[in-house]
Design a protein around this ligand. Structure first.
Ligand code: IPE
Ligand code: IPE
Ligand code: MG
Length: 245
């Protein structure tokens, strides 16, 4: 049976540290294996012809981790981008980011800007990395931007008119880091925790949630297929009754 696929998958790539510990390895080895897992998943998502993938790579809260771990993560990120820029270009992958990247070290920001520039014409898939990302921070930054540029038009009312013109919600969305991307329809978290950890709180309002105990370094394309099969079986009602669909 053909699967009903999502347009946008968002993933919380969790469990690198616990995976490493279970193997008797240092945490940074878990992150290095996590990058390899991410690369395989990016390739698989592209092969499924799913147009958007957003990966939670570093949260606003992850700045609280020990300095050496933060440095290991930053250097993995830089090495990953530098080594994959040409492959992304060749495979039609457009690279984007969400999050407060102003907090990242300057050399990483330069590599990010360069990778975006090289891949900006990519048409096969958009890969979004959430870096120094926190949903509450994103919403507060969006409100600030909106207030700088003028408040929501009064005519649209507080909650917006749903039948005509852009609603207040649609207006607000334009100020989020994700303004250009559709909302995720499938949100996957690996690593066995049942929480969102400040990820895409606005955008995931109607996402189907999929939690798996598999640690991120072991999340293979077969595991992704299981999530896609599960997604395909879900009935998305968006407030309606089953009979109305
Ligand atoms: C996720 O793995 C990767 C990042 C947060 C960067 P963790 O590092 O959180 O791994 P666990 O949760 O400690 O196992
Ligand atoms: C969420 O994982 C962030 C990323 C996967 C980058 P964490 O491991 O940081 O989440 P908490 O702190 O356990 O909720
Ligand atoms: Mg974790």
């Amino acid at each position: 049976m053909p699967l009903n696929l999502p347009t946008h998958i968002a993933i919380i790539m969790d469990g690198n540290g616990r995976w490493a510990k279970a193997q008797g390895l240092p945490r940074h080895e878990g992150h290095a294996r996590g990058v390899e897992a991410a690369e395989e998943i990016i390739t698989a998502v592209r092969e499924w012809k799913i147009p958007y993938l957003t990966l939670y790579a570093f949260s606003d809260e992850n700045w609280r981790r020990p300095r050496p771990e933060i440095e290991a993560l930053m250097s993995l990120l830089k090495a990953y981008l530098l080594s994959k820029q040409q492959k992304m270009l060749k495979n039609g992958i457009r690279f984007e980011t969400i999050g407060d990247i102003a907090k990242l070290p300057q050399d990483i920001r330069d590599t990010i800007a360069e990778t975006k520039e090289i891949t900006k014409g990519g048409k096969a898939m958009t890969l979004v990395l959430a870096l120094s990302y926190g949903a509450r921070d994103e919403i507060v930054r969006a409100v600030r931007k909106m207030m700088d540029q003028g408040p929501l038009r009064q005519a649209q009312g507080a909650a917006g008119t749903r039948d005509q013109g852009p609603t207040a919600e649609e207006e607000f969305k334009k100020y989020l880091d994700t303004a250009e991307f559709p909302d995720p329809d499938l949100l996957i978290r690996t690593g066995g925790e049942f929480r969102l950890s400040n990820y895409l709180l606005w955008q995931a309002a109607y996402a189907e949630l999929y939690f798996t105990p598999v640690m991120w370094p072991e999340f293979t394309p077969d595991e992704l297929e299981k999530a896609l099969e599960e997604f395909s079986r879900r009935e998305r009602r968006f407030g309606k009754t089953s009979e109305q669909l």
